[in-house]
Design a binder for this molecule. Structure first.
Ligand code: KG4
Ligand code: ZN
Length: 338
């Protein structure tokens, strides 16, 4: 019987401790995620030291659980993979050291994966990627268009000039007095309202695939302050809806333009903000009846998880890109092609 390629993957770049086992780069045998959301909620954001401590506490259990769920032993593995960067240095280190220890102890190859490449490859767990493809990466730290001419080639063709879209969501949520994490809260509130307060759209230069969200964020804050000063009751849901409509329109229109200009076969949605209900339906609607396949991963694969790291690691494994024991956490790791 032919041996299946099984890769253990570890992700600890921010506030989720996760381990997964992926078969042939596409089948999830296990994907265990221990969230620290509650610990950070009382601080209104992720506290790096708290995150590192949680990773240390959870790591061994999470890996053991993933191996148990996949029903395999270390001898069945082809490689151990881990998020090498970018992310919080203390948080990344826990995953990196764990992966190195496991690879060393079991004589397995080691693969260091870029977190954003992982978010993009989450789509391969839905269905096979087809190239050329365009990825819209929207997370707490990133907002980028990444063009992929072929497997493993990443070319950034546009990015935010100021705030990442998730960051803007989180700041707007805080301004509206919503709890952390703010993105899902704004998304939910926006859906509750029929009214919408019209806010500006930052299109930038005509041909640009770049984004800007800081002006929109300021517009939300100003609207709130002006209304308060006039003693008027602020319709927070209408404001959330206005903000969400502006974000989604810009993201969708630019995605459609870039997809046409680059003649892509697939559009891949990636990153934590890909969990946004409004964005998911807007992208699907926009490309309906067009010759472009839009992949919108299930929510569990949009937020941080190790399965996506394993999917990307499989591509790197096939192309022969391995790390050695000198691998270190790289908080500012740039995205490069393989
Ligand atoms: O990818 P991710 O889990 O972590 C990073 O790598 O940054 O993304 C987290 C971001 C947060 O800013 C969070 O508020 C946002 O994704 N987010 C959302 C939604 N769910 C999570 N933003 C808008 N709507 C959502 N439903
Ligand atoms: Zn992420």
């Amino acid at each position: 019987m032919e041996r299946k390629e099984l890769i253990l993957a570890i992700e600890t770049s921010c506030d989720e401790t996760s381990a997964a086992v992926i078969e042939e780069g596409k089948l999830i045998r296990a994907n265990v995620v221990a969230s620290q959301m509650e610990s950070h909620a009382r601080f209104g954001g992720v506290v790096p030291e708290v995150a590192s401590r949680h990773h240390v506490e959870q790591m061994t259990r999470v890996v053991e659980e993933a191996m148990e769920q996949a029903d395999i032993s270390y001898a069945d593995l082809a490689a151990v993979s881990v998020t090498e960067g970018p992310g919080l240095v203390g948080a990344l280190l826990i995953g990196v050291e764990t992966a190195k220890a496991l690879a060393f102890a079991h004589g397995l190859p080691l693969i260091g994966v870029h977190h954003i490449a992982g978010h993009i490859y989450a789509n391969q767990l839905v269905r096979p990627l087809e190239f050329p493809a365009l990825a819209l990466v929207v997370s707490g730290g990133h907002t980028e268009f990444i063009y992929m001419e072929e497997e493993g080639l990443f070319e950034v063709i546009g990015q935010t000039r100021d705030d990442a879209v998730g960051e803007a969501y989180d700041k707007v949520a805080r301004t509206l007095g919503l709890p952390y994490p703010g993105g899902p809260q704004v998304d939910r509130l926006a859906a509750e309202s029929k009214e919408s307060i019209k806010l500006p759209r930052a299109w930038l230069e005509k041909e640009s695939y770049d984004f800007s969200f800081s002006g929109l964020k300021s517009a939300v804050i100003n609207t709130l302050h002006n209304q308060k000063q006039r003693g008027a009751e602020v319709d927070k849901a209408a404001l959330a809806r206005g903000f969400q409509e502006s974000v989604i329109e810009v993201l969708t229109v630019k995605t459609e333009r870039a997809a046409k200009a680059y003649g892509v076969k697939q559009v891949l949605l990636a990153g934590g903000v890909a969990a946004n209900k409004g964005l998911r339906s807007s992208l699907k609607e926009t490309f309906e009846g067009e010759n472009v396949d839009v992949i919108v991963p299930p929510l569990s694969l949009c937020t941080d998880n190790a399965a996506m790291i394993g999917a990307c690691a499989s591509m790197m494994y096939k192309k022969g890109h391995f790390s050695d024991m000198a691998m270190n956490a790289r908080p500012g790791m740039p995205l490069r092609s393989y």
